[in-house]
Design a protein around this ligand. Structure first.
Ligand code: NDP
Length: 307
């Protein structure tokens, strides 16, 4: 068995390196997956029997909004090339990652897999969202026409070591870690957006890596499967917990003139639990946060998005 991991140098890829040390981990330096010839050549060279497809152009709200065309084109090319090369090279199974942020803007909570295509995604990231939805379409079309065992999985917000800590381009956890750490160094207070009351779900990258390996064995169905930790955490709790972990001595000021966004966005992971994954198999949130901060403190400023 040879498992090839695209996006092997990213946050989830680094977490998978610990779960599947024998895997072949690709970065964009070895192969630009937007280029089909390079992709096919890399697949022929490595002869994978299974593929975990993580590579994507990923970014926060600002990057998504400002580069809608790039997010669409690059993700469509990467996904189309990876699935076609997998088919040509007779890969027995492909696991591809979608995201809960591609669900329709106007859908019923909790998010269930059957709602994925039932409406427009949020306008801020519609290009990324539609490109990811086509990954589901292509996986199912290849299954129906060619008998390929290509599955798609849907994580929610991810965090962990090797995340992107860029101020404009990062997600909420890395952005808060950096903000609090840098305010600590200068003795300033920190200002957070909104009231802090919204609830969000977060999954630790190391848990996600374990789930991907678990699904290689247990899931072969055409329908996408939600795989995130569904414990809801308030943004205020998150900020206060990070302040505690990082020994922050300043004040956290909530700028309630800034929008809160939607109050909750819960997802339903009952399909994953029905396969035997246990809710307690997700690492305790505070512990996962502490591990992430520990890594950040040891690595800063040599972290992605800072240097
Ligand atoms: P990262 O941004 O950390 O990593 C992206 C990876 O994709 C890197 O290894 C990068 O390579 C590779 N890549 C990007 N463009 C190309 C290209 N043209 N050719 C080859 N490789 C390329 O992403 P994450 O680890 O956070 O995300 C992994 C997956 O999970 C993605 O599919 C993402 O959509 C999904 N996801 C992520 C969430 C999150 O909160 N982060 C939430 C839900 C889903 P290089 O290092 O060389 O640039």
């Amino acid at each position: 068995m040879t498992t090839l991991i695209t996006g092997g140098s990213g946050m989830v890829g680094k977490a998978l390196q610990q779960e599947l040390p024998e895997g072949v981990f690709l970065s964009s330096k070895e192969c630009d997956l937007r280029n089909y010839d390079q992709t096919l050549e890399t697949f022929k060279k490595n002869k994978p029997t299974q593929v975990i497809h993580l590579a994507a152009k990923v970014g926060g709200i600002m990057a998504n909004q400002n580069q809608l065309g790039d997010f669409y084109r690059e993700n469509i090319l990467i996904n189309t090339n990876v699935l076609e090369a997998s088919r040509q090279c007779k890969v027995s199974k492909v696991v591809s990652l979608l995201s809960t942020c591609i669900y329709p803007n106007d859908c019923t909570y909790p998010l269930t897999e059957n709602q994925l295509h039932l409406g427009e995604p949020h306008p801020s990231n519609y290009a990324y969202a539609f490109a990811k939805r086509m990954l589901d379409v292509q996986s199912r079309a290849y299954r129906d026409q060619f008998g390929c065992n290509f599955i798609t999985v849907v994580p929610n917000n991810l965090f962990g070591e090797h995340d992107n800590f860029h101020y404009q381009d990062s997600h909420v956890i890395p952005a808060m870690i950096r903000k609090i750490h840098e305010a600590n160094a200068t003795g300033n207070d920190v200002v957070m957006w909104g009231t802090g009351s919204p609830l969000r779900e977060f999954t630790y990258s190391q848990d996600l890596a374990k789930i991907l390996v678990f699904l290689l064995r247990t899931y072969d169905e055409p329908e996408p499967i939600n795989i995130g930790n569904t414990e809801e955490i308030s943004i205020r709790y998150l900020a206060e917990k990070l302040a505690e972990i990082l020994n922050f001595e300043g004040r956290i000021i909530w700028d309630d003139l800034k929008p809160d966004g939607q109050y909750r966005k819960p997802s339903d992971n009952s399909k994953l639990l029905s396969l035997g994954w246990k809710p307690e198999s997700y690492m305790n949130f505070d512990e996962a946060l502490a591990k992430t901060c520990d890594w950040f403190l040891k690595t800063y400023p040599n972290v992605r998005g800072v240097k």
